[in-house]
Design a protein around this ligand. Structure first.
Ligand SMILES: NC(=O)C1=CN([C@@H]2O[C@H](COP(=O)(O)OP(=O)(O)OC[C@H]3O[C@@H](n4cnc5c(N)ncnc54)[C@H](O)[C@@H]3O)[C@@H](O)[C@H]2O)C=CC1
Ligand SMILES: NCC(=O)COP(=O)(O)O
Length: 332
């Protein structure tokens, strides 16, 4: 297979992103997987290497129209921040938000131009992005608009061989129930089924979570299982999708283990994400599911509390890079 070209973005320079990028790209075996174009302020990239105590060589480019890759040597497209307001290291700021949005937008542009086949970004901060002008509730919906994609999308989390998606995501807890619908649950199950097939699982088995304690116990405390989740599962079965449940949140993992299920569809963000992060915080990846361009990141965030201390574990971001390269290879 031809080596894919991928865009790599530092995420929020005020968090652990630059340190993670340094730790990943300083490994020759990882660098060799793809032609990498880093979109970053050179000073922040160098600072990440200084924090990590690890470095790699790169060539700087200014012109993206005639790119030539030298074996296993990343290219840097310098997003010069030297004349702009400095970042607030270790906390959210407007300038971090603007930087994140500008660098991600350049990554999307490169991918739309066919120069790269996917985007891997180190952790970003949604609060900073909102301070920097993000009007969408999260980067997923911002990416969708940039890519002129108006179909269904949702974040997909992966730890080892276990995948998870959610029918609602970055919304207030009090709004979960009013945002749940039969159609939304069917869309989430279908996206999960497609994603698993693209990942090479020929006959995906998908668990669906209940919303209420003990699955509502037949309407005793909540009836969303009967009014929304079971009808959605019936529609999914009619589409040929192999779904199981609905399982109460506290015993879903047991059902997954016993039934050797491949994925879980949750009703809200933390419902299964908490179990997944218990299972493998250091290994988890988040994919921007459903978009026409492969985009992946680590499942953890900016960890502002760890900034500048060389304490960030790179393994989740390494997994994100590997998965993104695989997806970009299939896309290109
Ligand atoms: N990949 C991405 O872009 C993601 C971004 N976020 C964003 O990150 C921001 C902060 O999120 P939080 O919920 O505070 O979670 P967080 O993941 O940044 O931090 C949670 C805890 O885990 C620790 N931690 C995180 N990554 C670590 C690593 N690589 N090595 C060692 N310890 C690590 C932190 O020090 C902290 O104690 C939010 O704005 C959120 O939206 C959250 C998840 C993924
Ligand atoms: N920036 C990616 C992101 O926030 C996805 O993380 P999560 O919603 O899976 O926690």
């Amino acid at each position: 297979m031809k080596k894919p070209s991928v865009a790599l973005v530092l995420g929020d320079p005020a968090g652990i992103g630059p340190e993670l990028v340094a730790k990943v790209l300083s490994q020759p075996a990882l660098r060799a997987l793809a032609n990498v174009i880093i979109i970053a302020d050179r000073h922040e990239l160098e600072k990440g290497m200084a924090i990590a105590g690890q470095r790699f060589d790169y060539d700087e480019i200014t012109d993206t129209t005639a790119i030539a890759f030298t074996a296993d040597r990343p290219l840097l497209l310098n997003h010069d921040w030297s004349r702009r307001t400095p970042f607030h290291y270790g906390s959210a700021s407007e300038q971090s938000g603007v930087y994140i949005l500008e660098t991600l937008a350049r990554a999307v542009e490169l991918t739309q131009q066919g120069i790269t086949q996917g985007i891997c970004f180190a952790p970003l901060n949604k609060q900073a992005m909102h301070m920097g002008g993000l009007k969408h509730r999260d980067e997923l919906h911002w990416f969708a608009e940039l890519l002129k994609f108006d179909d269904f999308c949702c974040e997909v989390n992966v730890v080892d061989d276990l995948w998870a998606g959610r029918a609602t995501s970055h919304i207030p807890f009090r709004d979960i129930v009013k945002n749940l619908s039969v159609n939304g649950v069917v869309e989430t199950i279908s996206l999960m089924d497609r994603t698993l097939r693209q990942a090479g699982i020929a006959a995906p088995k998908i668990a669906v979570q209940a919303l209420n304690p003990h699955g509502g116990e037949n309407g005793l405390f909540g009836d969303e299982e009967q009014t929304i989740i079971q009808p959605a599962m019936s529609q999914a079965r009619a589409l040929g999708i192999d779904v199981y449940g609905p399982y109460p949140a506290d015993t879903t993992y047991k059902a997954v283990e016993t039934g050797k299920l491949d994925a879980v569809v949750s009703m809200y963000h933390d419902q299964f994400a908490t179990a997944l992060k218990m299972l493998g915080f250091e290994r988890g990846v988040t994919v921007q599911g459903g978009l026409p361009v492969p985009i992946a990141t680590a499942n953890h965030g900016t960890a502002y509390n760890l900034y500048g201390q060389n304490l960030a574990t790179p393994s989740a971001f390494e997994n994100a890079f590997r998965l993104l390269v695989k997806m970009a290879g299939s896309a290109g």
